[in-house]
Write a protein that binds this ligand. Structure first.
Ligand SMILES: [Zn+2]
Length: 347
């Protein structure tokens, strides 16, 4: 029985992967619905790229990247920086493109995981809003077992399930469905919590009540939810993995609210503290790239920043090799590795 990762090019042994990016977007459209009418108003060039980046997705031109050739080149550079697996958490609502991911993965020669699930209520259509928990469960199971959006490309993770604060009803149903679909398929779960310090705890309650294996749940966005690390240990002690996924955002300004973001060094200080508390096995790291200005093509750090810059910084700050391995390999693979092996993959 070999645990496998379900990639867009098929099931591959989990032990093949050493350098994992758990939470990124490779092909996506996260333009806020109320800013969509501004598309095309302000193109990005070298004179405005810094300001555009600073304000993140306020310029909707920055909030989407659907060109497969660009994606191929960007993840190709990631492979050059040592990455071997990248998870595109563009769920339904974010213009998920499973066939495009498969083409990019084929050409770039790097493994990509596509994702099942639904984003926040504001990004969903009437048909999804009308679905009950059973309907959503069947949908998510099919996305993992059969294929995404009419393709034969299967999802290897459920999420990021988008949640608002307070939680919208369709989001509550999606969380319950994610837990049930996870139990049926063996796929792990990732959740984008609402921006309230109680939101992740409410989500853990809902998932736990539905019987989800909490150690295989990633709670995203610690950086903006608990910027000084408050309550992260409490959350990890509740059983879920906690994810710092803003690596590469080296600014204090948060575009979505009155929050002072940590920098990469600050994130690593908070993560060091998790190891001191014996909770290092519950920590995930990633970059959640979802704007063009963070890609190399637009003068950004690109997907490879984690392995090019952050891992050396971890070493410089005294992280042991085994700890770094947990952060970039063992911990994400605990969530991504689907137990057992199908007959075909055993051959
Ligand atoms: Zn994301």
């Amino acid at each position: 029985m070999t645990a496998f990762v379900r990639t867009v090019r098929g099931d591959l042994p989990a032990h093949d992967f050493r350098h994992v990016l758990m939470h990124e977007h490779v092909l996506w459209d996260i333009v806020p619905p109320d800013r969509r009418h501004l598309l095309g108003c302000e193109s990005i060039d070298t004179k405005n790229r810094w300001q555009t980046d600073y304000r993140s997705n306020e310029n909707p031109e920055n909030a989407l990247q659907q060109d497969v050739a660009v994606a191929t080149e960007e993840i190709g550079h990631l492979a050059g920086d040592g990455g071997d697996l990248i998870v595109d958490q563009s769920t339904y609502g974010l213009a998920r493109d499973p066939a495009g991911l498969q083409r990019a993965s084929d050409k770039a020669g790097i493994a990509v995981v596509a994702c099942a699930g639904t984003y926040t209520a504001a990004y969903l259509d009437e048909a999804i809003h009308a679905m009950d928990v059973d309907g959503l469960t069947e949908r998510f199971v099919q996305e993992v077992d059969t294929g995404l959006d009419g393709t034969t490309v299967k999802a290897g993770l459920i999420g990021e399930i988008g949640c608002s604060a307070p939680l919208e009803e369709v989001e509550r149903r999606a969380l319950k469905a994610a837990a049930r679909a996870s139990r049926r398929t063996g796929a792990g779960i990732s959740v984008h919590p609402g921006r309230h310090t109680d939101a992740p705890f409410e989500i853990v309650d809902i998932l736990g009540h539905e019987g989800a294996e909490l150690s295989r749940v990633a709670m995203c966005h610690m950086d903006r939810t608990y910027p000084t690390g408050e309550r992260v240990a409490e959350l990890a002690a509740a059983g879920v993995a906690v994810e710092w996924d803003f690596f590469g955002i080296e600014q204090s300004h948060y575009w979505m609210g009155d929050v002072e973001l940590p920098t990469d060094r600050g994130r690593l200080r908070l993560i060091r503290d998790m190891f001191e508390r014996g909770l290092g096995h519950r920590v995930l790291v990633s970059q959640d790239i979802c704007t063009r200005t963070r890609l190399l093509t637009w003068g950004g750090h690109g997907y490879g920043h984690m392995f090019r810059n952050v891992v050396p910084l971890m070493k410089a700050l005294g992280f042991a090799a085994a700890e770094i391995n947990q952060l970039i390999s063992a911990n994400p693979l605990h969530i991504l590795a689907m137990p057992g092996a199908s007959e075909e993959t055993e051959q």
